[in-house]
Write a protein that binds this ligand. Structure first.
Ligand SMILES: [Zn+2]
Length: 72
């Protein structure tokens, strides 16, 4: 399971970097990963799920994830 090293912050558009160290056995579905934005210093907590698998960071749709979260 791979997670992106950085994502784009939806608030300010700058890079948010992964601040959680990967577990020795690698990321598992259900793990929490945290990102810290270098622009606005916001912290983003994401949950690893199977839709995030794959090597391309494109497969991780952060904007969609936020949208889905807002609906709940
Ligand atoms: Zn930001």
């Amino acid at each position: 399971m791979e997670v992106p090293e950085k994502i784009t912050c939806v608030d300010c558009g700058q890079d948010a970097h992964l601040i959680t160290y990967p577990p020795e056995e690698g990321w598992q579905i259900g793990d929490y990963v945290a990102y810290r934005c270098r622009g606005c210093n916001d912290r983003w907590d994401l949950v690893v799920d199977e839709n995030d698998s794959g090597t391309a960071s494109d497969s991780f749709d952060f904007r969609q994830w936020l949208k889905d979260r807002e609906k709940k």
